[in-house]
Design a protein around this ligand. Sequence first.
Ligand code: GAR
Length: 197
Amino acid sequence: MTRRVAIFLSGGGSNMRALVEDMADDHPARPALVLSNNADAGGIAWARARGIATEVVDHRPHGADRAGFEAEIAARIATYGIDIICLAGFMRVLTAGFVTPWQGRMINIHPSLLPKYRGLNTHARAIAAGEREAGCTVHEVTPALDDGPILGQARVVVRPDDTPERLAARVLEQEHILYPMALRRFAAGETAPLYLP
Ligand code: GAR
């Protein structure tokens, strides 16, 4: 049975586009919804133009009330029959109240070789630490931030003259390869980690 995927994003949505384009081929899943906390996210306009259902849930009216924000997301996605949530540059932390019911059905891409560099500014921190290698990780989402079983990783060499921006651009290219591969496998029930060279 084809699994129905919701993709959550906050910005340009290049990972979302890579996932949607991959799902256009023979695939165990299809895009059923793109959701953003930001009405101006480029990814929302792109999805809408392709006839994919979109929802915007602005976090700002909820202030510090994360439970209220998450309750609104849960209410909005309830009618789409979603099987899998892919976080793709969704820059809001989701609490256990939202994550726990979706555990095992929600995945994320993070721009570091987890467990290193959870959180933000991963590339600047990796360069400052003198890392020779950086990369990205697709993992199942658990209530702990950027934790949870690893589904795949791709590695990128850090160059001596790298800036966070240059490194981010090369890692992003790998994200666009890794995330579609990881979603294909996950939607087919495969959870053994995939390590790209
Ligand atoms: C990606 O690099 C993704 O790994 C990162 O945000 C970017 C989104 O780009 N996610 C995080 O940092 C999550 N903590 P995109 O909107 O072009 O896909």
